[in-house]
Design a protein around this ligand. Structure first.
Ligand code: PEP
Ligand code: MN
Length: 333
């Protein structure tokens, strides 16, 4: 349920309400909006039958949320969530770019990529160090060494690092290297990982599972937010359908749905979404038109030599052209 507090509520009335919630064994989540302050109450609300909240001074109204995701829903918080990453604001209405190689392969590779991207004004550097690959025989990433290279490159070029964590046991290890933890499509419903990330003070980029519904994706975000971390960026990266012309079917309608249902920023990954670099530019333009908060694009100094996702990685010139074209597109017009 959501408790809407009255405009003239006193500090003591607020304390009383929070205590009543807690003494019922429930957890309050406060959302201080510009217009209103709300308290989201999660847990078994039937307990409140004994000591109900109705009629307590300071409460304007109580709304029941029937959706399976609550804290991430716009019913709980209508204003868009803006996430602060190293002094930059993600989700504030700009169209942001996260770019970098699929995998960190060497110091030279990540440094040259970071140098190029920073010259183009890109603030967010992606790169996989722990690579979940479909085949166990494929390159599995450089691990901590990869994270160290990324951190150094990001420091030198004033960028923020986004990298995937595949196991809850690695969070502590990864913490000092990244600004944003990425949860990959294959881990979207790894609930232990989600819960642990919910306890962290750094943002999470949550990719949609390749066979997950929009509702399941939002419920995965709810797992994180329920633990206290509301800095979540959702990322549509394509779903598995019968179509095999493209690697995945990029579900842009899911972005429209997610923007409508949640206050969290939503981005698109046209690289994994299509698996083909000839489609990335147009899918990025489409992402901007439908109101996405940005894109995550795979960029490599020599894509033909990339150890993973070669066919969907752009070279510097192609990515430069992408940024130019996206900036030219004024939307909304
Ligand atoms: C990635 O972004 O490197 C990645 C592995 O993507 P996904 O989890 O969407 O397959
Ligand atoms: Mn990849």
């Amino acid at each position: 349920m959501i408790i809407v507090l009255g405009k003239n509520i006193t500090e003591q009335e607020k304390i009383n309400i929070l205590e009543r919630i807690k003494e019922n064994g429930l957890t309050p989540h406060i959302s201080e909006g510009i217009e209103k302050t709300l308290i989201g109450v999660v847990g078994d609300e039937r307990i409140l039958q004994a000591k109900p909240l109705d009629g307590m001074p300071g409460i304007e109204k109580i709304i029941q949320i029937l959706k399976p995701f609550k804290l991430v829903s716009r019913d709980f918080k209508n204003e868009n969530t803006v996430i602060e990453i190293n002094g930059n604001k993600f989700g504030n209405g700009d169209f942001d770019f996260i770019a970098g190689p699929c995998s960190v392969e060497s110091k030279e590779q990540i440094f040259s990529t970071a140098k190029f991207l920073s010259q183009k004004g890109i603030k967010y550097l992606r790169g996989g160090a722990f690579k979940p690959r479909t085949s166990p025989y494929s390159f599995q990433g450089l691990g901590v060494e990869g994270l160290e290279y990324m951190r150094e490159a990001a420091r030198l070029y004033d960028m923020s690092v986004i990298s995937e964590v595949v196991d809850a046991r690695d969070i502590e290890l990864c913490y000092k290297f990244v600004e944003v933890f990425q949860v990959g499509a294959r881990n979207m419903q790894n609930f232990n990982l989600l819960r642990e990330l919910g306890n962290q003070s750094k943002p999470v980029l949550l990719k949609r599972g390749m066979s997950s519904t929009i509702k399941e994706w939002l419920m995965a975000a709810e797992y994180i937010m329920l633990k206290g971390n509301s800095n979540i960026i959702l990322c549509e990266r394509g779903i598995r359908t019968f179509e095999d012309y493209t690697r995945n079917t990029l579900d842009l309608s899911a972005v429209i749905a997610a923007k409508k249902e949640t206050h969290l920023p939503v981005i698109v990954d046209p690289s994994h979404g299509t698996g083909r670099k000839d489609m990335i530019l147009k899918m990025t333009l489409a992402a901007k038109v439908i109101g996405a908060d940005g894109v995550m694009v795979e960029v490599h100094p020599e894509p033909e030599k990339a150890l993973s996702d070669s066919a969907q990685s752009m070279n510097f010139k192609e990515f430069d052209n992408l940024i130019t074209e996206v900036k030219k597109l004024k939307w909304p017009q």
